[in-house]
Design a protein around this ligand. Structure first.
Ligand code: NAD
Length: 410
């Protein structure tokens, strides 16, 4: 299923539940603006290569639009459109004053030199600088981008518009970045997993966990969960997965990752399995933290975990979601599960606007507060209205976005 079709189906399930009128669905589903640009750059060998860049600005009823920038070969307009709408619902669920946007370039960043990556980023900003800004649309990191890319974005945008670090978040901590931003999404996944299991009456030490994806989100989630006494039995990256029945030594795996150019290739301390086998492991909790669309109609019957935390965006197709729910699996939806990143991005933006810097403890405390409040609201709505956590999260989000639109007028 194409990503936008999937997010629209999830939206419509919640919209049906609250009997939202057809014209309002159309209003809330249509992006405000979709930009596609040519990114032509000179490569290190002197050849000119042309890439396609996208920025979709979905909704700004609740505040400036906010969303990451993804560098990945599979990026296309449909995917960016889906991810932009997810950002609108995500910022609304955690109730921070932003709308939703997303961007991306169809490129494999691992096949580029650092200089090529920088030239592509700067050229992309040349093409879209007039539609982004601290009060309109604020990019951030996503798959394939990091704090260095954000520093280039800031620098390039400021060449046109002057000093304003709040134009982008996820910047290096030394230059207007926030303490705790890099760990925030994974840490949020950890905080929310802990809360959910507590509500389900399960204990961390009796919970075996498999995590797909050991990048920014997966590795920080693993670190947090490991420290909270969960037993992580499997981890993976794009090159394959690793399983150890007695639990993986996460400190050691993180060390290996850092020493090995952020790859698990060659890791010897666990058995090699495939990413498909990881998803089907006999564990209590499964955390897809890599790419979208990994649990579908094809492999849903193999899934044995009773709890799934959607750390990645859109990892479960709607038909698989329905089957899992009927089987009694509890799913913490992406728009809540991975909202820790955008929440700390919001803190970074606030600090930039005030020219004031918070310490790490404050960031962590405020993150915990925002995510805990959102979790309680979603949990309560789900039980009051006898709907899944996903539908409950969408119902809350749609209501907030619709209400802001209604109050402002068209
Ligand atoms: P990343 O690039 O740091 O890491 C991605 C990880 O997934 C890597 O380990 C990579 O090897 C692995 N991977 C890639 N393709 C794979 C495949 N086909 N099968 C298995 N593993 C594969 O990216 P990230 O920032 O950790 O983002 C991961 C997910 O979390 C994405 O869906 C992203 O949209 C979502 N997310 C990220 C943030 C954030 O702050 N970084 C915030 C919200 C949501």
């Amino acid at each position: 299923m194409k990503p936008f079709e999937a997010t629209t189906l999830y939206f419509n399930r919640a919209a049906n539940h609250i009997e939202l009128a057809e014209n309002l669905r159309q209003l809330l589903l249509t992006a405000k603006r979709e930009v596609q640009v040519q990114v032509a750059v000179e490569m290190d060998n002197g050849e000119i290569n042309t890439f396609i860049g996208y920025r979709v600005q979905h909704d700004n009823a609740r505040g400036p639009m906010k969303g990451g920038l993804r560098y990945h070969p599979d990026v296309d307009l449909d995917e960016v459109r889906a991810l932009a709408s997810l950002m609108t619902w995500k910022t609304a669920v955690v109730n921070i004053p932003f709308g939703g946007a997303k961007g991306g370039i169809s490129v494999n960043p691992h096949s580029l030199s650092k200089k090529e990556l920088e030239r592509i980023t700067r050229k992309f900003i040349d093409e879209i600088h007039d539609v982004i800004g601290p009060d309109t649309d604020i990019p951030a990191p996503d798959m394939g981008t990091n704090h260095e890319v954000m520093a280039w974005i800031r620098n390039q945008w400021e060449k046109y518009h002057g000093f304003h670090p709040a134009v982008v978040t996820g910047k290096p901590v030394e230059t207007y970045g926030a303490e705790g931003r890099e760990e925030a999404t994974g840490r949020g996944v950890g905080i929310l997993s802990f809360k959910l299991l507590d509500r389900l009456g399960r204990k961390p030490k009796d919970t075996r966990v498999a995590i797909q994806g050991f990048g920014n989100v997966g590795s920080h989630a693993a670190k947090f969960l490991n420290e909270a006494d969960f037993k992580i039995v499997a981890i993976s990256d794009a090159g394959g997965a690793f399983y150890r029945q007695d639990g993986i030594n996460i400190q050691e795996a993180l060390h290996y990752l850092l020493e090995n150019n952020m790859s698990l290739r060659g890791y010897q301390e666990a058995d090699r399995i495939t990413n498909a086998e990881l998803l089907a492991l006999d564990v209590e909790m499964l955390i897809p933290a890599a790419i979208g669309g990994v649990i579908t109609g094809k492999n849903v019957d193999d899934i044995k975990a009773q709890v799934i935390i959607e750390a990645a965006n859109g990892p479960i197709d709607p038909d698989a979601d329905e089957k899992l729910r009927n089987k009694g699996v509890t799913i913490l939806p992406d728009i809540l599960a991975n909202a820790g990143g955008v929440t700390v991005s919001y803190f970074e933006w606030v600090q930039n606007l005030q020219y004031y810097k918070w310490g790490l403890n404050r960031v962590r405390q405020e993150l915990d507060h925002v995510l805990s409040s959102a979790f309680e609201e979603v949990w309560q709505k789900s039980h009051e209205q006898d709907v899944s956590l996903r539908t409950a999260a969408y119902v809350l989000a749609i209501h907030r976005v619709y209400r802001a639109t209604e109050l402002a007028g068209i």
